[in-house]
Design a protein around this ligand. Structure first.
Ligand SMILES: *[C@@H]1O[C@H](CO)[C@@H](O)[C@H](O)[C@H]1NC(C)=O
Ligand SMILES: *[C@@H]1O[C@H](CO)[C@@H](O)[C@H](O)[C@H]1NC(C)=O
Length: 337
C-alpha cells in the first residue's frame, strides 16, 4: 500500500468514523439528502441536517469515481495510438451547440460538470446541451449517448480572459445522468499531492495539430508530463516575453513536440492515474490555453483543480439546497477495486 493510500484511508476514517453521529440510527447528512423530517442537531455542520438512516437519499455511487474503461466498451473497434478507446473516460462530456462541439467538460457528480469559464462566455442555459457517453462525434445518435439540459451555469467571478486566472465554471444539469459504464464521474485530486514529473493524460475532441482545419471526431488522448510552475513560467516567458507571470491558479503540462492539447480541447480534463491504480483517475486540470500546440518546451496551460477545490466545494454546497441537488460527496473505494 502506498503512503498516499494510507493517508487517504486515515482521512476517510476521520471523515466517516470520527464524526459523532447525532443520535441512535441518526446521521448528519447534507441538507438536500434527508427525505423525511430533518431534525436539528448541533452535532452536525451548518450545511447538514440530522436524519434517520432510513430517510437518507442514496443517489448514485460516488465511491465509484474515476474508473476508466481501459479496454474500451466496443472491443471490436480499432483505434490508433493517439485515440481514446470507445468510452475509455466516461466522465468526459461534450458541450454541443446544435450539432457542433464547442468544448468539453468533466462530470464530477451525476449532475455537475466542471468546464472552463472561457467556454461559458456569452452562453445561457438555452444555448447548448451536455452530451454524455460520446466517443465519436459522428455517432451522436447511438443509444449509449445521453443528452442533458443545463439548469444553471456557475462562473467563477474572478475569471480573467487575458491571464487565464480562475478559468473555471460549473454547469448544473437539470436532470442527473444515470451512471452506467459509458457515463461516470472522475475522482477529486488527493489533497497535498504534487503531480510534478508524473505523466498524465488529456483527452478531448480538439485538433490534432494547430494547422489542422478540423477537430477530430473520435476522441483523442495524449499523455504528457506535469511541469513545475517555475520551469513553466521560464519556458513560457521565452515565448511571450520576460514580463509574463504564470497565474497561480494554473498549472502546466506538456512541452513535448507533437503531444499537446490543442484548439477544440478547451474544458477537457487533465487527469492523472492514482499511483498503483493505473485505471483509476483523478481530476488534476482543465484545458485552459496554450501557445499554438505541441511545440517543444512550450507547455500547455491548465486550470489547477486542487487550487480551485475550495471554490468548487462552496458552489456545490450551495447546490445542495436547491431542488435539483445531487450528492457531492466522494470517496474512493480502494478495496473493491
Ligand atoms: C461576448 O459578447 C460581447 C458583446 O456582445 C462581445 O464583444 C464578445 O466578443 C463576446 N465574446 C465571445 C467569446 O463570444
Ligand atoms: C496546484 O495547486 C496546488 C494547491 O495550491 C499546489 O500545491 C500544486 O503544486 C499546484 N500544481 C502544480 C503542478 O503547480
Amino acid at each position: 500500500m502506498s503512503l498516499r493510500v494510507i493517508i487517504l484511508s486515515c482521512l476517510l476514517w476521520v471523515l466517516t468514523e470520527a464524526r459523532a453521529p447525532c443520535g441512535l440510527q441518526m446521521d448528519c447528512v447534507p441538507k438536500g439528502l434527508c427525505i423525511n423530517a430533518p431534525t436539528f442537531s448541533s452535532a452536525c455542520l451548518n450545511s447538514e441536517t440530522c436524519c434517520h438512516t432510513s430517510g437518507i437519499l442514496a443517489i448514485g455511487a460516488p465511491q465509484n469515481c474515476g474508473r476508466s474503461n481501459p479496454r474500451g466498451l466496443e472491443t471490436e473497434t480499432q483505434v490508433t495510438l493517439d485515440q481514446s478507446r470507445p468510452n475509455e473516460f466516461p466522465w468526459i462530456v461534450a458541450l454541443m451547440k446544435g450539432s457542433d462541439l464547442f468544448g468539453s467538460g468533466t462530470l464530477v457528480t451525476e449532475n455537475v460538470v466542471v468546464t472552463a469559464a472561457h467556454l461559458m462566455m456569452n452562453k445561457t442555459i438555452d444555448d447548448f446541451l451536455v452530451a454524455g457517453g460520446v466517443w465519436d462525434l459522428k455517432q451522436l445518435f447511438k443509444n449509449t449517448v445521453v443528452t442533458r439540459y443545463p439548469a444553471r451555469i456557475v462562473r467563477h467571478p474572478g475569471f480573467n480572459g487575458i491571464t487565464g486566472r480562475n478559468n473555471i465554471a460549473l454547469i448544473v444539469l437539470a436532470i442527473s445522468f444515470q451512471l452506467k459504464p459509458q457515463i461516470g464521474t472522475i475522482c477529486w485530486p488527493s489533497p497535498g499531492i504534487s503531480y510534478v514529473g508524473d505523466r498524465c493524460l488529456v483527452a478531448g475532441w480538439g485538433k490534432l495539430d494547430y494547422l489542422d482545419g478540423d477537430i477530430s471526431h473520435r476522441q483523442k488522448k495524449i499523455d504528457l508530463p506535469i511541469v513545475s510552475s517555475g520551469v513553466c513560467a521560464a519556458q513560457v516567458s521565452r515565448v511571450l516575453g520576460r514580463r509574463y507571470t504564470l497565474d497561480p491558479t494554473m498549472l502546466c503540462a506538456g512541452g513535448e513536440r507533437g503531444r499537446d492539447s490543442c484548439k477544440g480541447d478547451g474544458g477537457s480534463p487533465l487527469m492523472c492515474p492514482i499511483p498503483g491504480y493505473p485505471d483509476l483517475f483523478e481530476f488534476v486540470g482543465i484545458v485552459n490555453s496554450g501557445i499554438k500546440c505541441g511545440e517543444e518546451d512550450v507547455p500547455g496551460l491548465y486550470t489547477n483543480i486542487t487550487q480551485m477545490k475550495s471554490w468548487i466545494d462552496e458552489q456545490m454546497d450551495d447546490e445542495l439546497n436547491k431542488p435539483y441537488n445531487t450528492f457531492p460527496i466522494y470517496n474512493i473505494d480502494y478495496d473493491s477495486y
